[in-house]
Design a binder for this molecule. Structure first.
Ligand SMILES: Nc1ncnc2c1ncn2[C@@H]1O[C@H](COP(=O)(O)OP(=O)(O)OP(=O)(O)O)[C@@H](O)[C@H]1O
Length: 568
């Protein structure tokens, strides 16, 4: 772990002001430490020398003032660090949410959702120890240590040299401990992510696990991972205890050496009592912040390990933002025919999609004209949803996508013309109405009612509550609410967005024949109003009512030049 990761300053702007304020507070604290040591040494040596109390009173008042000021700086430092830590964590969480948006649903779907929520939740919370305790001590060390060491050297060169020689031993020792801890800390963090994943699977899949009698196995797995987590945590703690002990021993020995030197010179009279006392009080203060850095290192390291992962995600999103055409190559193909450029609606020209090693689509050409319902059919796994994901900008794709003759950008933004209902309906906690008008700042109630009625959901009140994962409605209702959302968005397509495109991915997979007929009517109405309608389906009844059919064959069954067939 680097003492201070520069990426933290880059991604969490709030961190800069905390560091600035922390430096000012550290400077005041160092002045207080020096003042405190000076006045205590003076008061003791002058009392022993027999100075009258009245003459000592001004120094006493100053000492009391310094003590109060020092307490004030501790209070200020605590509140700055607590507020700063909260600001930084919320800035990093916002940046992370922005990164997820940039990287897109395709990226998120390839990651473990449990690991992502652990890093964004518990992981970033662990930064509290880093900001609340570790960083302030690091700043104090950088400011107080050289000043105090210099003052000791000026007052008593011999003690100064002892302090200057022994001080670097502590950071050297800490670096060695740091190397050893890094691996255990990462293992502890990975086990935690593993544990979260196990719990998520147990909770989300409880019904299935119980039905197949696998719940005990899952519980046993969690028990094993919990044990692994305990072992890893104990390893981290062992390092923490040993390093705390060693740091304490090192600094105590160094202070003892200084104290013995001062004592001997006080005895032989070569050092004044005031100076000796001053240096003796100051010496532990030179080691204290560095010792505290070491003591807080392990608590901070968990947050830093998590922050490391956050920074990797933020860097990835930054790279995508800076070169949007690098991973997503849609729009790179050389020439697109004139007819494609003149088509109102959507044209795919040589579209290719690949997931790591798995090539799903290659060189797919298709036209989805305005006013036409096109059914997209093909065997399971042929790549129909992958084509939809490419149109949505969710996956890396090659080739070109043209909307009204203009190239569609590779990232998901800038598709005001596109309305989509996914294969698996995603409902957000709220109400039926808020789900249909999702993303609309000024929802049109009449349109919401119209979209729901078109799908036979007029009996469902707009205010009907929906839970976090679509609880509160049936599977078929959830699917129709998701389609109603697409119909609502279609009706709200801005006039200057061009030909509206309605993309429905297996819209009737959870519906009965009557509801399916309503979906077909809604798709036909949309085409009549001028939209290009694409319906991915396995249902013969939808294919029958389509104006055109695009068949995507499994890659293994494709023949060169016969990748797809379009029936008009
Ligand atoms: N995010 C992904 N990462 C890796 N492979 C994927 C991903 N999404 C889909 N695939 C693979 O791509 C292939 C095509 O999947 P796709 O979902 O496009 O098929 P589909 O034609 O829509 O199938 P279905 O009719 O069953 O919905 C499948 O082999 C699938 O396993």
């Amino acid at each position: 772990m680097r003492p201070l990761d520069p990426r933290l300053l880059r991604y969490a702007r709030g961190a800069r002001s905390i560091l600035g304020l922390g430096a000012v507070i550290a400077l005041v604290q160092t002045s207080c430490t020096l003042g405190f040591a000076w006045f205590v040494a003076q008061l003791v040596s002058r009392s022993i020398a027999g100075d009258p109390v009245e003459e000592l009173l001004p120094s006493l008042w100053l000492l009391i003032g310094i003590v109060v000021l020092r307490a004030g700086t501790v209070l200020a430092s605590d509140s700055v660090n607590a507020r700063g830590s909260a600001i930084v964590r919320s800035q990093l969480r916002r940046a992370l949410a922005g990164a997820f948006e940039t990287l897109g649903p395709g990226w998120v779907s390839r990651r473990s959702s449990a690991a992502l929520t652990t890093v964004a939740g518990r992981g970033l919370d662990a930064l509290d120890a880093y900001f609340g305790r570790y960083v302030p001590q690091l700043i104090l060390t950088a400011i107080a240590m050289p000043i105090i060491a210099a003052v000791i050297f000026i007052q008593d060169p011999l003690s100064g040299i002892t302090v200057i020689v022994t001080l670097p031993l502590i950071p050297v020792f800490m670096i060695l401990i740091g190397f050893a801890t890094q691996a255990v800390q990462r293992r502890q963090w990975e086990t935690l992510a593993h544990l979260s994943r196990g719990f998520l699977e147990l909770v989300a899949g409880m019904a299935t696990l119980k039905l197949f009698g696998r719940q005990h196995r899952q519980v046993r797995r969690i028990r094993t991972v919990t044990e692994e987590y305990r072992v890893e945590t104990m390893k981290v703690l062992r390092f923490s205890f040993v390093s705390g002990f060693a740091l304490e021993l090192l600094s105590s020995l160094a202070v003892a050496v200084v104290a013995v030197g001062i004592g001997l010179r006080l005895l032989d009279g070569s050092l004044l009592l005031g100076t000796g006392l001053f240096v003796l009080i100051l010496a532990p203060e030179a080691f204290l912040p560095l010792r505290n850095v070491g003591a807080n290192y392990h608590a901070a390291a968990e947050g830093v390990t998590a922050a490391d992962e956050v920074f990797e995600i933020l860097d990835e999103a930054k790279a995508v933002r800076e070169s949007p055409s690098a991973p997503h190559q849609v729009g790179d193909s050389a020439t697109v025919g004139d007819s494609a450029r003149r088509t109102s609606g959507l044209v795919l020209d040589g579209l290719g999609v690949q997931y790591d090693e798995l090539r799903v689509l290659d060189d797919l050409d298709a036209t989805f004209p305005a006013g036409v319902v096109t059914a997209v059919v093909g065997a399971s796994g042929a790549g129909k949803t992958s084509m939809a994901s490419a149109i949505l900008g969710f996956v890396d794709a090659t080739g070109s996508i043209l909307h009204d003759g203009g190239r569609v950008p590779p990232t998901p933004g800038g598709r005001r013309w596109l309305s989509w209902a996914p294969q698996r309906p995603v409902l957000i906690a709220g109400t039926v109405g808020s789900n249909v008008a999702l993303g609309d700042d000024a929802p049109d109630e009449a349109l919401i009612v119209e979209a729901l009625s078109a799908l036979g959901l007029s009996a469902l009140p707009l205010g009907h509550p929906i839970g976090a994962v679509g609880d509160g409605v049936s599977g078929g209702q959830a699917q129709r609410i998701a389609i109603a959302r697409a119909l609502y968005r279609l009706r709200r397509t801005p006039a200057d967005a061009g030909t509206p495109v309605l993309l429905l991915d297996e819209p009737s997979s959870a519906l009965d024949a009557a509801s399916e007929a309503l979906v077909i009517d809604a798709a036909r109405d949309a085409a009549r109003s001028g939209a290009a309608v694409i319906v991915i389906t396995h249902r013969p009844s939808i294919v029958e009512h389509a104006d055109a059919v695009l068949e995507i064959r499994l890659r293994s069954e494709r023949v060169q030049g016969d990748e797809v067939m379009l029936h008009g």
